[in-house]
Design a binder for this molecule. Structure first.
Ligand SMILES: Nc1ncnc2c1ncn2[C@@H]1O[C@H](COP(=O)(O)OP(=O)(O)OP(=O)(O)O)[C@@H](O)[C@H]1O
Length: 344
């Protein structure tokens, strides 16, 4: 058998909330939460991905469930490396022997130190050559935008940790902004609101469930409601309350307003010719946060520009890395990529 059959080129959306792995010629093969569960004293890995996520907030004293990325960047380098290694090994069983080429995404605002940390983690995890691509560029490619033409495209990628906003033309980012606000901040805002208004403490996972089930970025006429359970801060006992989408709209208003302001600020800095293209073509939204109910409607009203939700917002970044691996978009954007290899 040809040894080349063992070499697997991989695209990774190394997200704050989830990791998606794209394998050349096979498509997206892994979609798991970015969580690692470790034994505290020995640092032994107990679980990665969904199994580890189930443990968040439920671990006994000697086990910790860690989300190694925060606000879109590496917060715990060693755990990120371990997680990358785990995912690379799952799709490329012998990465140290048949070193894969890996394309990884980073938010557009990350510093060179943060970029180096991602490059180094991928190399340590077994990659032969690592290519970094900025997240909004990958999201735009994955959403099917023709970024190579001399015309403005605007993409807003709302992930778990960051919101990346970019105007792209001729294969390059013309104006961009990366806000450290995303789905995680929405969850935190819900936790804070319930604490303040209901004197009740809820966990991260409950907050995320509320956001997905009844969260709203737009004031609702007839709201949805759900029963939620938490711990009463006065009595210390478990308690159930009814929470409505109107509550959630109020809870979420601060992070949502910050994202809307970020989008307006990018539009204000956009050269007029490109701005006119965007008025015609609209803004494309990607990332899990863009699925928040009412977000596209709110943005359309606030900006006066048509808003299009990508076909599969949660997969766009990974699909973009895939298109680069398949060489479809590589030539057009190669000057915007950062390449690292084992010799660095
Ligand atoms: N239907 C939904 N409504 C609202 N939010 C959602 C929905 N589905 C997923 N999310 C949120 O989307 C976020 C994850 O999105 P995504 O997977 O695009 O982020 P990521 O790539 O992991 O993060 P980042 O790009 O910031 O590193 C989470 O906060 C999740 O709660």
């Amino acid at each position: 058998m040809n040894w080349r059959n063992f070499v697997t080129d991989i695209g990774i959306d190394l997200g704050t909330a989830s990791v998606l792995v794209y394998v050349k010629k096979r498509g997206i093969v892994i979609r798991e939460p970015s969580v690692v569960a470790l034994q505290k004293d020995s640092n032994k890995i107990l679980a990665v991905g969904e199994e580890a996520r189930q443990m968040i907030g439920r671990t006994p004293g000697n086990i910790v469930a860690i989300r190694p990325l925060k606000d879109g960047v590496i917060a715990d380098y060693d755990v990120t490396e371990t997680m990358l290694k785990y995912f690379i090994e799952r799709v490329s069983p012998k990465p140290r022997l048949f070193r894969p080429q890996v394309v990884v995404c980073v938010p557009s605002g990350v510093t060179s130190v943060e970029k180096r940390a991602v490059l180094e983690a991928a190399v340590q995890a077994g990659a032969k050559k690592t290519i970094l691509i900025e997240e909004p560029m990958a999201a735009a490619i994955g959403a099917g935008l023709n970024i190579t033409e001399a015309s403005g495209n605007m993409v807003v990628d709302i992930g778990g940790g960051t919101t990346d906003i970019a105007i792209i033309s001729l294969g390059g980012i013309v104006v961009s902004e990366s806000l450290r606000i995303g789905g995680d901040k929405f969850d935190e805002a819900i936790i804070r609101y319930i604490k303040k208004m209901y004197n009740m403490m809820i966990g991260e996972r409950t907050a995320e469930e509320i956001k997905i089930e009844i969260g709203s970025a737009y004031p609702e006429g007839e709201g949805k409601a759900m029963e939620i359970r938490g711990r009463d801060l006065v009595t210390g006992l478990p308690r159930t309350i009814k929470f409505t989408s109107t509550d959630s709209f109020q809870a979420l208003s601060e992070p949502i307003t910050a994202i809307v302001d970020g989008i307006k600020s990018v539009l204000e800095r956009t050269p007029p010719e490109l701005a006119s293209d965007i008025v015609d073509k609209g803004i494309v939204m990607t990332g899990g946060g863009s699925l928040l109910h009412g977000f596209t409607r709110l943005l359309a009203e606030e900006t006066g520009i048509p808003i299009h939700l990508a076909e599969d917002p949660l997969s766009c970044v990974a699909l973009g890395t895939g298109k680069i691996l398949e060489n479809e978009s590589f030539e057009a954007i190669k000057n915007n990529l950062i390449v690292g290899s084992r010799s660095m």
